[in-house]
Write a protein that binds this ligand. Sequence first.
Ligand SMILES: [Zn+2]
Ligand SMILES: [Zn+2]
Length: 411
Amino acid sequence: MLYENLEKIIEDSYDETVKLRRYLHMNPELSFQEEHTREYILKKLKEYGYSDIKENVGGNGILATYDSQNEGPIIGLRADFDALPIQEETDLEFRSQKDGVMHACGHDVHTAILLSVAKAVKASTDPLYGKIIFIFQHAEELPPGGAKAIVASGELSEIDYIYGLHVHGNDKFDGKINYCSGYAMAASDNFEIKIQGAGGHGSAPHMTTDSTVVAAFLIQQLQTIISRKKDPSESGVLTIAIFKSGEGAHNIIADTATLKGTVRTLNPEVQALVESEMRKMTALICEAHGAKATVSYEKGYPAVFNHKEPTELVKNLFEKKFGAGQAEAVAPAMGGEDFAYYLEEKPGTFFYVPAGIPEQEINYPHHHSKFTVDERSMLVGAKAFSLIIDHYLSGAKTEGSDTDKKAGEYA
Ligand SMILES: [Zn+2]
Ligand SMILES: [Zn+2]
């Protein structure tokens, strides 16, 4: 059986996977600057016997193809490999060797997982039907990100399904996976509103247009987009993070005011509504007060939309193998992830692997200087990917959704 053989190779090479992950952890590189990491991944892929490798896809991205030479589905599996501008404060023996740079999101773990799966596939002697494109993606953490450019390269156009995972440090390792069907992670947009009033003496407001008062009023009103304009059953967050106006003295009415903040939404219709209402409200309120306003609204990554059938497939495959209840549904999160771009093009899902250390009282969140991961989560992630490979490429009819393409249907 394909799965059992992949699992055995993955388990036998676990120590190597741990070493590999620790090496990556000690040598983190910032988004778009991952030259050394890229070289390291290439070296490993060649060592495992891969020759069909595309380098510099959309930047530092790498696509390694396993072609079984038999007709069958083509699936994409993705891992990201960039780190963050954070000074690591763990006391791990393999902590970052680079000042101010840290793998504080677990992308080192993702890369180690996918490499271990790539190794197992190449080493397996079972006949496979179809192709696997292993996607090693740069720059997930920093918009515009790596995924968009990899998609734009067109190199993934023949893929039928795409899958990715993220370790979750906030949930303790328990051997399970988590999934979320439909909108799972938020679109993350930033905005800046500049209000131009007319400054003057603090004792003579009637001679001015007080930008501070206009901005304060606007801050209150913008929240009504969330509370009164959008459907309450839809998720949405609008946060003003920065409010700047006036400086110099107690008796000067501010000429200009600036508001900066973020908008998080799951449904693109809500995203569009928040932007248009923000523009309308800002223009009208400023006009009513005699001020002028400019709104710049920058869209970040779109929302992650997990397709229903691939999501259920992963859940079913995992539970069939490891028992009922081993795949748990989770609620959508308002964080962002550029895996969204792949899912805009291809059916697939992005699932999670709980990876907090059970023995540790505090598991610090992602992007924290003390973020740690239970490395056993790598086995869980690699096994989940192996089940997906087994489903699509073993040539055997396995349980899943009826609409999935099976190897036999290609003949
Ligand atoms: Zn992150
Ligand atoms: Zn991440």
